[in-house]
Design a binder for this molecule. Sequence first.
Ligand code: NAG
Length: 499
Amino acid sequence: MMLRSLQIFGSLALLQAVASQQIWDIWQTTWDRNMLFTYFQPTPDPINFVTPGTIGSADIVIDDSSVYQTVYGFGASLTDSSAELFNNLKVQNSGSYWQLMDYLFNATDTANSAGFSYIRVPLGATDFSANTYSYDDINGDSSLNDFNINAAPSGVFSVLQDILSINHMTRFHIVPWSPPGWMKSGGTMSGGSLDTQYISTMANYLLKSVQAFSNKGIPIYAISIQNEPEYSDSTYPTCSMPVATEAQIGLALRTLLNDYGFSGVKIIGYDHNWVDAANYPVQLMQQAESAFDGVSFHCYQGSVSDQASFTSQYPNKEVYFTECSGALGSDWWSDIKWYMDNIFIGSISYGSSSGLMWNLALDGNGQPLLPGTDSCGGGCRGVVQINNDGTWSVNQEFYSMAQASKAILPRDIGGPWGQRIGVSVGGSLDWALVVGAYKTGRVSPNDWNRYSIVVLNWDDSASTTWNPQPVEATIEFRGMQATYTFPVGVTTLWWYAPN
Ligand SMILES: *[C@@H]1O[C@H](CO)[C@@H](O)[C@H](O)[C@H]1NC(C)=O
């Protein structure tokens, strides 16, 4: 049959040229939780792209001639606390553990799973550890003879290995919350700053960390020099680090990584709030551009548009969004709107290649937290809640990231990741939709690309009467038009078209 139709149409290329684009696959999360990252196919028929008619109340215009950065995905940090909860679950109920791991990380195109693919891992203790430690706590050990990655709980590495066993494409980004205390002015990991005589020692410490993860079968994609270098707190591991210090460590580390066979490992600077995007990260590039592949941002101060203060000056450097935390007690749907607008559509539209939350897992009280720390005032919420009775549930952070993740995962095993493409919204309700658009290439040049959009409909009159309104929208693509009514919520859908 296939051969006959090929003969009739003359060639496969002609067959594809006459076939129209169609939307078959939709993932949706709605404000009323009727849909929770739910997959469905439009029935009875797919949605066809047809000759354009009148535009809808919102008109989504895709411009696939503008192709921007590759997006490597979404995820969170595997803190010691998160690892402990995952391991407790594995011991208590391994079936439930593997079900959760699959739901989080399985990146197969058709899987009912978020396919998270970017994990940040602290080097040593954070405010979410059982105690304060580094990989070398022997005073004055400048040769790092006693460097020992197994100072970390073994559960960290077993969970990372389990993640890799489900999603072999996962990118791991490592970063310390503080150098060992003996390298610092105050002698403690909790606050203070690096004694500059230890700059090359710290670069060696980071090289040894990359090597040690590698030796455990966890390949490192990227490393940052210092988490939140503009913040110091005496109740948990933190370290204020001036630009000049981070720049010098970066330059020394770049040389070491290159010399020891890790030239592919990226060095990412800053790793702090949007608010200072015009200063610290810019100065870092002025002082050490050759060492840093890019910079990363957190959400706690400033706004996502601040990312442009960096990207406008260094358009060829990479940008990652690496941390934001949910707070216990906040409103589920308000959070999803904020996350999509500012991070999982927003930060990506301002050039980020990742979108990450803070703890991958915590319990329902935001525990376990480092004893005595003042961090996370009202309680932090994990992407996943793991309870001590062996049950788990996923939070609004999960749904927000899962909706974004589906749009950019490789379509083929070994295939390319999604790239952001141009998109704008017109029509009388242009304000009602926030949209990200992506193109995912294929392994075989004969296969059609996948084009996907992630759409937030936030027309809910939340500040006045509460009146959630579906928005009838048109989608314009290469002179053709599809029509879909977006409920208040987040919708991810895709279609295929020739390159
Ligand atoms: C991922 O999901 C696919 C599709 O549901 C399934 O066939 C596969 O076994 C899953 N992979 C893993 C590692 O769980």
